[in-house]
Ligand binder design. Structure first.
Ligand code: NAI
Ligand code: A1CAB
Length: 280
């Protein structure tokens, strides 16, 4: 039985880019020694970054050294997953598998890896600062102790929730996986509007980011629904009303929901496009 006090086992990462780095950072902060982490990363610059940031030595290709890992984290792009699996699978037979790849279904992974011990995760980049939000889905072959191990790893990067159906991970991807980009997109527009109204870039950014942080924390702590919190800002005949009315006239909410539909659709497409090839 794994609990929060259990020492973490050796962990391997296939792919050592942004997402792998966020999780490795969390593991190192929790006290996992760098020598307990194996990474396969073909790009030299990414290997150098892992050494400099975390003291982790990454290998350019999969080797038998992967076999000591009890958990293998798949952090490659959906487009390269089947090829990476073909290279590494001969060395990972005894491991629990955790994929962070968007779209790639556990059926494809089970076929490529010859294993039913698969958990899929959809993290997001605030994981870099321990403020991540991760959705998790476990295949039926995963034991409660293995789920607990995954939770222990993911907890080093922030909060998590489990979904019961794998298809729900595409919705998680559309909301929280891609979500930080939507926040930055709105922040960019807010800052630009502030600058256009005569504030400095620094002032506009401080006001905009501070407002997102404060309002998000208020929403997290509040017992009331979001629309009540919004109405409390919106004085009758006042400034907020003018802004919200302008957004309603432009159907901003509907257009935003359409954008999330596009992200969910793309997650499904990635699974179809890059999950089919048998890697043998
Ligand atoms: N960046 C994000 O916000 C999020 C990304 N993801 C998922 O995480 C996965 C990785 O994304 P990022 O870290 O952003 O990409 P990235 O490009 O930073 O990292 C992927 C790494 O895989 C390496 N790689 C390529 N071929 C390989 C192979 N055959 N064996 C081992 N490594 C190989 C690349 O050199 C690269 O460094 C993707 O599947 C993505 O869908 C999930 C949630 C959020
Ligand atoms: O854009 C992507 O495909 C990945 C998955 C979620 C965030 N980034």
């Amino acid at each position: 039985m794994t609990d929060s006090a259990s020492p973490l086992p050796p962990i391997a990462f296939i792919g050592g880019g942004n997402m792998a780095s966020a999780i490795i950072g969390g593991l190192i902060r929790q006290g996992l020694p760098a020598g307990q982490i194996e990474v396969v990363e073909p790009f030299e610059a990414a290997r150098d970054a892992l050494r400099q940031q975390f003291g982790v030595t990454a290998q350019p290709a999969a080797t038998a050294a992967l076999a000591r890992a009890r958990l293998v984290v798949w952090a490659v792009k959906p487009q390269t997953f089947s090829e990476a699996a073909r290279q590494a699978a001969p060395h990972t037979a005894g491991a629990l598998h955790l994929s962070v790849a968007a779209g790639i279904r556990s059926d494809s992974m089970a076929r490529w890896l010859g294993s039913e011990r698969i958990v899929r995760a959809m993290p997001n980049t605030p994981a870099l600062i321990g403020q991540g939000m991760t959705g998790l889905y476990a295949r039926a072959g995963v034991t409660p102790a293995e789920r607990a191990l995954v939770e222990q790893v993911v907890a080093t990067t922030g909060a998590h929730l489990w979904v019961e159906q794998e298809s729900q991970l595409d919705a998680v991807t559309a909301l929280s996986g891609s979500g930080p980009a939507y926040v930055f997109y709105f922040l960019e527009a807010m800052v630009q509007a502030g600058v256009d109204m005569g504030l400095t870039q620094e002032q506009a950014q401080q006001l905009s980011v501070g407002t997102f942080v404060g309002a998000s924390e208020l929403a997290r702590r509040a017992d009331e629904p979001l629309d009540v919190l919004r109405q409390r800002v919106t004085s009758k005949g006042g400034t907020t009303h003018a802004a919200i009315q302008s957004m309603e006239d432009d159907e901003v909410a509907q257009r935003f929901m359409r954008a999330l539909d596009a992200a969910e659709h793309r997650a499904r497409e990635l699974g179809e496009e890059f999950g089919g090839a048998a890697s043998g």
